[in-house]
Design a protein around this ligand. Structure first.
Ligand code: CP
Length: 302
């Protein structure tokens, strides 16, 4: 089994399937914790509702102890180094650190600095990876379709800033999905040709016949001033409504990692409709996927 959860690329298909199977078992109350009394430290340098709350609840449901590291009231603010911070946390008794940070590959950088065996879980780093989001999205798709093999999965929106898009792409390709990205030029990465996807600019063309339509949040807090100036037309061109979805992709599963910008990526009317319910199911599945990740990462039976 994996020794840290950093990104999807470093998981094998078997490891991913094992996490999903265990998450399904936790959901159906068919598995028991093997990590009681282990200790997790939540270290969120960026805001979060779903990831932070579901990791905390997952750990508590598994009988673990949970510490919330408050960066503003920690000795980071007095200049303590990364090395000293994590080594002291290890000696205090932390088994795993669940970290969200604005810097790409933050866990790899921390691991170069410490010599004690804390296990790290990536709860989102820059625009690099959000592996537990991709896992919970995959679990939701598997529940609804059985498999993603050969399915048309269309990811729409702010691809350039999206760690969710990158982790979903990595996972979905491993399991044989046909992945399409749809974005205006200002939300595309610098070298779109480097991505193993089919690109679209037109949302109606992109979602035609899709099995899954996944909308991405417009990440206002990450937009460069130039992009900010250009993206005023986003809602007019890309906001998904029931009318458009019904016309071009009536049987598609509708997904969004959250948080949603109502009336920007999606109309409130579609979000609050029966189709929008899957987005809440994704959040729910996050709890079970995170229980499975903690159990597999920290369990003694690895
Ligand atoms: N999807 C997601 O990561 O949501 P939060 O930022 O609320 O954790």
């Amino acid at each position: 089994m994996f020794s840290h959860l950093i990104d999807i690329q470093r998981l094998s298909n078997n490891e991913i399937s094992s996490i999903i199977d265990l998450a399904m078992n936790f959901k159906n109350a068919r598995s028991e914790s093997i990590v009681k009394d282990k200790t997790a430290c939540l270290m969120f340098f960026e805001n979060s509702t779903r990831t932070r709350c579901s990791f905390e609840l997952a750990a508590k449901k598994l009988g673990m102890h949970v510490l919330n590291f408050d960066k503003d009231n920690s000795s980071f603010s007095k200049g303590e180094s990364i090395k000293d911070t994590f080594e002291n946390l290890y000696f205090i008794g932390i088994d795993t650190v669940i970290i969200r940070h604005s810097e790409n590959f933050i866990i790899d950088k921390i691991l170069k600095n410490i010599s004690y065996p804390i296990k790290f879980i990536n709860a989102g780093d820059g625009n690099h990876a959000h592996p537990t989001q991709a896992l919970l999205d995959y679990m939701t798709m598997v529940e609804k379709m059985g498999t993603v093999d050969g399915k048309k999965i269309v990811i729409v929106g702010d691809v350039a800033h999206s760690r969710v898009a990158m982790s979903n792409l990595a996972l979905l390709k491993k399991f044989g999905a046909k992945v399409h990205f749809c974005a205006p030029e200002y939300f595309m990465p610098e070298k779109p040709e480097d991505y193993d996807v089919i690109w679209h600019n037109d949302i109606k063309e992109a979602i035609y016949g899709a099995d899954v339509v996944m909308l991405l949040r417009v990440q206002n807090e990450r937009l460069e001033p130039e992009t900010m100036k250009k993206c005023g037309d986003y809602a007019a061109l890309y906001r998904l409504s029931s009318e458009i979805l019904e016309k071009y992709s009536p049987s598609a599963i509708l997904m969004h990692p959250g948080p949603v910008n109502r009336e920007v990526e999606i109309t409130s009317e579609l979000l609050d409709s029966k189709k929008g319910k899957t987005i809440l199911e994704q959040a729910r599945n996050g709890l079970f996927v995170r229980m499975a990740v903690l159990n597999n990462l920290l369990g003694d039976t690895q």
